[in-house]
Every structure is written in C-alpha cells, then in structure tokens.
Ligand binder design. Structure first.
Ligand code: SF4
Length: 574
C-alpha cells in the first residue's frame, strides 16, 4: 500500500533535539542557514510512502505519459520542506526509546543493530530496509548478523531513514562534504548535504577540518535523512593544536564520544596503519595520501610506538557499541597513484583490517572496510577478492578507484569507471570523487557531478550483478526513448534537468517533444524513426502475405466445392 507524501516523512515532529532529547541546533550570531537555496523536486514526480508492517517507506513516484504505469524509484532525499533550524522529524525515536527502555536499569547495553541481529531480533530499522530493498526482514537480519552488511544507525541520529550497505543489496554511494581551513561555511555545507541527498547520495561524510567543526556537524546531522560518517582524527588534530605528535588515545576517545553523542553513524578509523608498515611506503611514487593515514604515521614515527588506534582498539569498540556507531576501517596506506596500487603497504594494512574486523565483531560492532584509491583496471578484481577473503566478507567501501592518474578536472569520470567495475565485483558502497579531486574543495556543482557519476557506476554494477529489478528502469527509459516520449525519457533519467536542457538547446519548441527525431541525426537519418517505418512496412507486408494466403485458401475451397474441375464450365480439352 502507498500513500502520498506531504514532504513530512512521519508523524514525529522535529524539535531540533538529538536522540537524547537534550540538544538543540547551535545558533550562531548570524543565522548560518538564512539564505539556503530552495531544493527543487524532480519533475513529474511525487514522494509517496509504501505502508507495510506499520512502517512508511519513501519512494519517488515518476508519472509517465502514453498510458504507461507510474514508475517508483529508491528515494534518499528525506522529508521535504523542513526548516533546517528545526532539523528533520525523528522517525526512529520511538523504536530507539523502546529498546533503551527494555535495558536493565542503569546499564548501558550494546545498542548495535548487529547485536540485535545476532539475538534473532528483526528491528524496525531492519524491516524498513527490507521494504526498501524488496527482501524479507529475516534476510536483512541474517546479513547483518553474519557481518556481510551494516545498517549504520547511531541511537542519537533518529532522523535517519534506515539504509543498508552490503553486497547482496543495491550498491550504495557516499558523498563527501565538509569545510576546510581555506573555504566554506555552515550554510554551504548544509546546502551541499541537501543537494547530495536529492541526487541520490545514500550516506554523507562530513570531512570538515576548518573552523566550527562541532557546530557544522550538528547542523549536518540534524538535517540529514541519511547516515553521516566522519573521520574523528581530524577534529582530534584540531584539539592537539594541529600537531600529530600531541595526539593521544584519551583525546581520541573523548572526540569519539563527542561525535557519537551528536549522532555520527560511522567513523573512519585508521587503526591499520601499523608502525612496521610505514617503511613499505618509502619507495612509493606518491607516499601516504590518506590524511588520516599520514597523521597516524607521523605519530607512530615521532614516538616510535605502535599506532594507539590499533593497540587500544577494544576500548574504541566499547564506545562504538554503546551508540551503534559502525566502523569504517580506514585504508590509511591506500595507493595515491596507479603505480602504487596493490603494493606491499596496501596489502599489509588490509591484513590488519581483517584482524580488526574480527575484534569488532567480537563486540558486535558493525564494520565495513575502506579500499583504494588509484588502481588500474587490471588490478581491481584482485582488490575485491583479497578483501572478501581477508575481511571475511565485511562490506567493502572504496574511493573510486581512479583507473588512471592523467585527468585532473575529470576524476569523477576516471574514478566512476573503476567504481562501476569494483561494484560489479562486490564492493558494497562507492565513495564518490568529484571533478575537483586533487584540485580544490568541491562546490555545489561538483557535488552534483560526483553524485550523478556514482549513481551511474552503482546502477551499472547492479545491472551487471543481475540485481532483481535493476533492469526495469533501463527498460522503462529505453521504451520511452524508442516511442519518442521525450518527457518520459527526461523524467526517468538520473538528471532530468540536464537531459531536458540538452534537448532544448536545439529543439526548444513544445512541438519538438512529440517529434520522431532530435537534432543529433535529424528527421531523415533518425534510426529509431527509420526502424519504426521498417516495422510498419514489415507489418503491412505480413498483413499482405496473410491476405494472399487467405485468398489462396478461399480459392482452394471453391475448387474443392466445384468438383475439383480444372476448367470451369467444361471438360478437360485433352
Ligand atoms: S535523431 Fe538520432 S539521436 Fe535523435 S532520437 Fe533519432 S536516432 Fe536518436
């Protein structure tokens, strides 16, 4: 059953507080979100809700012409028309409250979805995901219990619409946002968040390293319908005055708790950058390119000690499970150039990530594994095979990979090629790369370009994997294209605005929306129009053939009824 949406995803009104009901959005001297641009909806679309099992799961319904039935697509955009000062409605709050109320008095239990899954419980979050992915709740529970999927859902981020990351589900994409010390404001980052989820980002990472890290994150979390990831070592480094040598596990745990209290759903933690692996990077073409990896490498070398994120990993697990923050075990030694792909440093770190995955699972902490980076096409498959084996099928989450290093300005393309391949081979989530990669902080346009490039890669992977239903949208769009239903072709596309604008550049007149050609080949050379004519001719000829056959049959019957005489009215002259 579905119902129409009014832009408000559920009946729980937002009051701007976090999951514990105590916080409100920080109000800076001037309003940081005063002039956010409105986020337009998609044309010919409406948000509707699939209602089942007491849940309301959003989909975007695209209305089509020509008597075609409407087409529903997965929707990440979240409730619309909400004042960002209030934050989104708290869809999950009643579910979280009920679980917390069931804990023995005064205890802080393990609140992870993996913990519930391993006890045979299908949570409302799992059921929500099951409806979203068209599978059973039991299947979702089983995939989470065995560690093959994660459902990032911090108890202090009740605004999320549950989603799942695992290779037996739709391939997901992440968009990175966040300010730097050089540029951007809270308002711009909230705008990028809303813009990214409109175009289909399944999760968003706030990688802010500039001013107001805490405040920026609060605005982002409270306004995000998708899980939020961070790299806590960035904020920790700010607390250490920018000096990696001053970092400590206490400072790190404090930062984790601060961010977990705010509602961050997954943390990238570079616990696999071990002291012994750092020399392996000495002869690399591009050394250590991960920010977190380089920070931890500097700490290890300065103190000549093992990485405290590795040695104190179980203390970190204790924090993660109380809030249900998932690990995204960082690949701090990922290759930063195709020359360094699959080298000793990268693979040594992967072995450690496998070891840490088992420790995390011992605590029922949901875990995914980050992957490269820059990898030639011929080396991509090996990455997935090794990761699945070493990390026991924990979801793989890769940055691209970029399949060549020679196209700065176009790295959303170089990386989407690798992303499509690695998704096909089994990567569960693809971290987008924007055209600004290696060049500058992405702006709004870059965010859109990156998200669309990665929606293409993820969907191409779903198609190649034979994911049930993935082909349907392609078929609907191809049918619209072949039938010259131009509006439907636009509306079914990932970016209807651009498709329509390109068409209208040369044929803007309304009548052109019914034309059986476009300006690419023109009316006389439109192969689809010619095919249409060929089919009409074939149909006419077939009809003619049927007429001839029917005529012959009638004549034969007449002949038989007439006594089978060869010459009418007389005998055979011979
Ligand atoms: S003119 Fe060419 S590009 Fe345009 S619809 Fe026809 S076949 Fe396609």
């Amino acid at each position: 059953m579905t119902t129409n949406g009014n832009g408000n995803g559920n009946g729980n009104g937002g009051n701007g507080n976090g999951g514990n009901g105590k916080r409100s959005l920080p109000q800076a001297g001037s309003d940081p979100v005063a002039n956010l641009p409105a986020i337009e909806g998609f044309p010919a679309s409406e948000k509707v809700y699939v209602e089942r099992d007491g849940l309301r799961v959003p989909v975007r319904r695209i209305h089509l012409d020509g008597g075609e039935p409407p087409f529903d697509v997965y929707d990440t955009s979240g409730p619309q028309g909400i004042d960002p000062h209030h934050g989104l409605p708290k869809l999950r709050k009643p579910w979280i409250d009920a679980r917390l109320a069931a804990e023995p008095g005064g205890s802080r239990g393990n609140r992870s979805q993996m913990h519930y899954a391993r006890r045979g419980i299908v949570t409302p979050e799992m059921q929500f995901v099951a409806i979203r992915e068209n599978v059973t709740g039991e299947f979702v529970r089983d995939e989470i219990a065995r560690g093959r999927a994660i459902l990032p859902a911090n108890i202090n981020h009740p605004e999320t619409e549950p989603m799942i990351i695992g290779r037996n589900f739709l391939v997901k994409i992440n968009a990175n946002i966040g300010n730097s010390a050089v540029t951007s404001t809270i308002g711009e980052e909230v705008d990028k968040l809303r813009w990214a989820v409109k175009w289909g980002a399944d999760t968003v990472m706030d990688l802010s390293t500039g001013k107001l890290i805490h405040e920026t994150r609060e605005w982002i979390v409270r306004n995000s319908p998708v899980p939020i990831g961070t790299v806590p070592i960035y904020q920790c480094l700010e607390k250490a005055g920018g000096d990696p040598e001053k970092l400590s596990i206490e400072m790190f745990l404090d930062t984790l708790i601060e961010q977990a209290e705010q509602g961050v759903d997954y943390f990238t933690i570079h616990a696999g950058v071990r002291l012994a692996y750092i020399p392996y990077t000495a002869n690399r073409l591009t050394g250590i390119v991960s920010r977190g990896g380089s920070i931890m490498a500097k700490w290890c070398l300065a103190h000549h000690k093992e990485n405290f994120l590795y040695t104190e990993f179980e203390r970190i697990c204790e924090v993660m499970k109380q809030y249900d923050v998932a690990f995204s075990l960082g690949d701090g030694l990922r290759p930063g150039s195709t020359a360094d792909a699959n080298d000793r440093a990268q693979l040594a770190e992967l072995e450690t990530l496998g070891e840490l995955t088992e420790i995390a699972w011992k605590h029922d902490v949901q875990t995914m594994i980050e992957g490269p980076g820059h990898v030639g096409m011929h080396k991509i498959k090996e990455n997935v095979e090794l990761q699945l084996k070493i990390c026991k099928e924990a979801p793989f989450y890769t940055l691209g990979p970029l399949v060549t290093d020679i196209a700065p300005g176009y790295d959303h393309i170089t990386s989407a090629i690798g992303a499509a391949m690695i998704g096909w081979f089994g990567t569960a989530m693809l971290c987008y790369v924007t055209p600004k990669e290696h060049l500058g902080l992405p702006d709004r346009d870059d965010v859109k370009a990156g998200v669309i490039a990665y929606k293409i890669a993820a969907h191409a992977a779903d198609l190649a994997k034979g994911h049930p239903g993935a082909q349907d949208r392609d078929n609907a769009l191809s049918k619209a294209r072949f039938e010259f239903r131009w509006q439907d072709q636009f509306h079914l596309s990932l970016d209807p605005d651009t498709a329509k604008d390109f068409h209208d550049e040369t044929l803007p007149a309304p009548a052109a929306k019914g034309a059986h050609f476009c300006s690419m080949c023109g009316p006389k050379f439109c192969s689809m129009k010619i095919t249409e004519e060929v089919r009409e001719m074939a149909k006419a000829q077939a009809a003619q053939a049927i007429d001839v056959e029917a005529g012959l049959a009638a004549k034969a019957a007449e002949f038989r009824e007439g006594g089978q005489k060869i010459y009418a009215g007389g005998d055979d002259p011979h």
